[in-house]
Design a protein around this ligand. Sequence first.
Ligand code: ATP
Ligand code: MG
Length: 401
Amino acid sequence: MDSAALVAEVHKDSAAERVASDPGTAVLGLSLRDFRNYGTLQLGLNGLPVVLTGPNGAGKTNILEALSFLSPGRGLRRARLSELGRHGGGPRWAVHARVATAVGTISVGTGLAEPAGDEDAGERRIVRINGEPAASANVLSEYLDVVWLTPQMDRLFVEGVSTRRRFMDRLVYGLDGGHARQVAAYERAMRERNRLLKAGGADRVWLDALESQMAEHGVAVAAARRDGLARIEAAMALASGPFPAARLSAQGGIEAWLAEMPALAAEERFRRLLAERRGYDREAGAAAEGPHRSDMAVWHAGKGQAAEQCSTGEQKALLIAITLANARLVRGRRQMAPLMLLDEVSAHLDARRRDALYDELLALGGQVWLTGTDEALFAGLSGRAEFFGIAEGAVAPSAVH
Ligand SMILES: Nc1ncnc2c1ncn2[C@@H]1O[C@H](COP(=O)(O)OP(=O)(O)OP(=O)(O)O)[C@@H](O)[C@H]1O
Ligand SMILES: [Mg+2]
């Protein structure tokens, strides 16, 4: 069954099961097998926010990582798929979840595929939706969005460009249903052109065709970034509360052209540039210009300062503000708040910001998963969330809440 038909069917079958009063994506059941430090784990959930507390190394982030596989890609640690298998248990692992989504409650299963027999085939993740194999993990984004914030992302503003570019594209994925496909199509054409140039690049007709594809998809990528970041910036400007507004911009050659000319003219210019630079790109082994080089610039609007010059706490606050604004926009597009995974976010905030964050998360309505070592940090959510304690890979409901 194609995915559109599946969506229609799920919609029909599970309309009655939909949680009418809850506008948010929520995991209602989670089971893990041989995933990281979990042999087997089964959790039943009621759709409220989830607080996971426990000592360092207990397995909190591993649960969020498992949930991040409910979206396309390599998860929140960008690990190799075979690293996720429990040590001593082999590389195979499985995550299964029952998820309330905008099109009803679905069952998602994912894990490392059996090796195809061909050593070079690489690792592949299989995804099943309601028991049916999905063509690729990308199908997941037809059902739900997952957004996350992890301590590693604290380094976003000081790390290399590629981390920021990936972050920017993930933001845009949730706002523009075609963006992931455009990014993938651009990269495919670019890789093929690199290969062809390296091999001598004699096939002019094929090179022309690949460069036309790069121009078409590349300009679409740049345009979606400009549009997505502008919308997030506008959403942040409207927000009140203690989190700062930011100015955001996609920085790249094509993005800059789009400020001055229509998309078709930018496509033509990019196509001509690629054709002119074949010799140069062959030497370099890669295309010198294109949206695969772009960066995301972030300024603290109130201070008029670049994010990389802000304090650690200010940078964290900027990231939270961007994530919250993005989640609000995703909810607008999907009529359903995304699933949110916030790893150790509370520990970095003062009490006022923490309470404001909890209020905002509850107002958003999606299920948010929060982690921390200290349960006291989540007192503001008492009675409004499910609390679990984790110790050495065993998860149990906390008594006090
Ligand atoms: N493939 C694996 N097999 C078994 N254990 C693993 C695997 N990968 C990671 N671990 C272990 O899982 C444990 C829990 O890791 P996790 O990152 O979830 O901890 P945490 O509760 O988030 O801790 P912290 O508070 O320090 O962030 C760690 O001890 C880690 O070494
Ligand atoms: Mg952790």
